[in-house]
Design a protein. Structure first.
Length: 319
């Protein structure tokens, strides 16, 4: 890893997104990093270690033993490293102190060369250099589902830029290139600018597998009982156990049909594994899809040297 020059941090909502991007990046010959943390650039490895050390595990609830600062996947090729983060929805945008995206952004921004050379940082920041004595170049990509309002998600992303004192706005599939870093956005949607990743994924996976997916859809519609989609728990009342339905109804036809069809290839596996490993999504489909090539090209374009660099004033220290 001593030849890495370019580090891309991709902020995703969920593991379906990261699994999807993983499949796309594999078609551009990126490999999964599976070695130990001490083989990563220190600016990445030490950040992950420090966030684990900061966790007071003795105070954690037993069902929350996880760390959001560990990327779902780390990909690499030549001089580039890509961190795929699965960070949940955009609700963490409200509290800066607990905002995972903002914490990660600040860490890498503090290691941009202009920040390190800025005396106002009081030595708090550091930068590592590769064997050619060149500073790392950082890229930040935001991925969101459009849901019912694509512009609302763009506004959320631009709020992050405002918090980082970047005096520009992003739009869908746009990249802002600066000295030392680049930042971009991509919103998953259908042709009507609404929807989610599954709207993109479902049609691709169904293509050339119409019989399987049509039968899975029939099965889903025939046997779906919305009342039974609520979580079932067993609780004791006055010493006697009884079953009880809790929480909201859970219904998503496309996710369910993908899972039903996926069980024919990946027994007992989640949709994440089905997206990553099944042949419903393959090289030919990815390479022939205009939208997926647009996403793959976004990773290429944001890499250093592919867009004219805009000179910018030193970034205001954000800690």
């Amino acid at each position: 890893m001593n030849n890495i020059k370019n580090i891309t941090i991709a902020f995703c909502e969920g593991p379906h997104d990261t699994a999807f991007l993983y499949r796309i990046l594999k078609t551009r010959c990126f490999e999964s990093f599976k070695n130990s943390l001490n083989e990563l650039p220190i600016v990445v490895g030490d950040f992950i270690i420090s966030k684990n050390k900061m966790v007071e595990y003795n105070k954690l609830k037993i069902d929350s033993l996880r760390n959001d600062f560990v990327p779902y996947k780390i990909m690499y090729k030549d001089e580039e490293l890509i961190l795929l983060y699965s960070l949940g929805g955009d609700k963490d945008n409200r509290d800066d102190d607990r905002n995972k995206r903002l914490i990660i952004l600040k860490h890498f921004f503090e290691n941009i060369k202009s920040q390190v050379e800025d005396d106002s940082n009081f030595g708090d920041s550091f930068i590592l250099e590769n064997k050619n004595q060149e500073a790392y170049y950082y890229n930040f990509l935001f991925f969101y589902d459009a849901d019912e309002n694509k512009n609302e998600k763009i506004n959320i992303i631009n709020k992050y830029l405002e918090k980082m004192h970047i005096d520009e706005n992003l739009s869908h599939n746009k990249i802002i290139k600066k000295e030392g870093y680049a930042i971009g956005a991509y919103i998953f949607s259908n042709e009507n600018d609404i929807g989610a990743l599954e709207d993109v994924l479902f049609e691709l996976m169904k293509k050339e597998n119409e019989t399987i997916f049509n039968e899975a859809e029939k099965y889903y519609k025939r046997y779906l009982d919305k009342d039974r989609t609520k979580r079932l728990v067993t609780e004791c009342f006055d010493g006697s156990p009884r079953d009880k339905r809790k929480d909201k109804k859970q219904e998503d036809e496309k996710k369910s049909v993908i899972c039903i069809a996926g069980q024919l290839q990946k027994k007992g596996k989640s949709n994440v594994v089905i997206i990553e490993d099944s042949d419903y999504l393959n090289l030919e489909k990815i390479q022939s899809s205009q939208q997926l090539q647009e996403i793959a090209d976004l990773f290429d374009k944001i890499s250093r040297g592919q867009v004219n660099v805009i000179k910018s004033p030193k970034i205001i220290h954000t800690s």
